[in-house]
Design a protein around this ligand. Structure first.
Ligand SMILES: NC(=O)c1ccc[n+]([C@@H]2O[C@H](COP(=O)([O-])OP(=O)(O)OC[C@H]3O[C@@H](n4cnc5c(N)ncnc54)[C@H](OP(=O)(O)O)[C@@H]3O)[C@@H](O)[C@H]2O)c1
Length: 259
């Protein structure tokens, strides 16, 4: 067997369908791109149509198969409608990536119910409801990969975790519950845990060079993350190669969490 055939056997996503929420920006876009380049047909789901269309045009321009669905994952109806529309593009997904997320960052004492509700709906309820919609089908077909993008704040208080940290902590638990339920049927569920990644989510923090440098110094690699740093881990977790990896948190953070 050639090296190329060996790698294809382990990692190719040819014939798979992937749904990536938040696939129009930052980490989600990098993951959608990686999965598509590895052979999957990818549906990206977010609100903004322009960024969605640009993402898909970029992917199809590189010979990939991709489609987009505009949906607001900030409401249960939006999540349900988005799931159905996404499944129409290429059929039921084999790979479900939840990267859509918001971090509203008011100080703890000023978090009101609306900030709490919106944060929990986008960051936690969407991965839950999408899992309920697609997990059982994956289990029935005997193959599935569920990947949630969480945060350092799922594991420690860090740069004002607030409601965001709570949602991400619960998302780690959701991953373990989903793994427990569906791993016996070939469906793994894991999380990717970023450090500080330079994306639109962090625009406010990223505009303070001192804080950016201080965060880079906390890593072991000496730099902050880039969205593209998630490509390899995402393909691994989506592929056959990770069949025995489930219920885990994979830190893609330059060593930040262990420094
Ligand atoms: N960047 C970091 O340092 C960092 C660190 C730890 C964890 N994370 C996590 O990584 C994930 C991706 O973050 P990122 O940095 O890549 O952020 P980003 O560039 O701001 O991307 C967020 C994505 O989520 C979508 N989204 C937001 N609200 C939505 C809603 N209500 N309905 C549907 N889609 C929605 C956005 O599209 P629309 O706005 O068009 O809807 C966009 O595609 C998030 O879960 C975040 O919590 C990021």
């Amino acid at each position: 067997m050639s090296a190329q055939d060996y790698l294809t056997d382990l990692f190719s996503l040819e014939g798979r369908v992937a749904l990536v929420t938040g696939g129009s920006s930052g980490i989600g876009k990098a993951i959608a791109t990686a999965l598509a380049k590895a052979g999957a047909k990818v549906v990206v789901v977010a609100r903004g149509r322009e960024a969605l269309a640009a993402t898909v045009t970029g992917l199809t321009g590189q010979g990939c198969q991709a489609a987009w669905v505009s949906a607001d994952l900030g409401s249960r109806d939006g999540i349900r409608a988005g799931a159905e529309a996404a499944a129409e593009a290429f059929g039921e997904p084999d790979i479900l990536v939840s990267s859509a997320g918001i971090n509203l960052r008011p100080p703890m004492g000023e978090i009101d119910e609306s900030v709490w509700d919106t944060t929990m709906t986008v960051n936690l309820e969407s991965p839950f409801l999408l899992g309920q919609r697609f997990g059982p089908g994956m289990a029935e077909r005997g193959f599935g990969r569920i990947i949630h993008v969480t945060s350092q704040q799922a594991h420690r208080a860090f740069v004002q975790s607030g409601a965001y940290g709570v949602s991400k902590g619960a998302l780690e638990s959701l991953a373990r519950s989903q793994a427990e339920a569906w791993s016996p049927h070939g469906v793994t569920c894991n999380t990717l845990v970023p450090g500080f990644v330079m994306t639109p989510l962090n625009e406010r923090l990223a505009s303070d060079p001192e804080q950016v440098a201080a965060l880079a110094a906390r890593t072991m690699t000496g730099r902050n993350g880039l969205a593209e740093d998630f490509a390899g881990a995402a393909v691994f977790l989506a592929s056959r190669a990770s069949a025995y990896v489930t219920g885990q948190s994979i830190f893609v953070d330059g060593g930040l969490s262990v420094h």
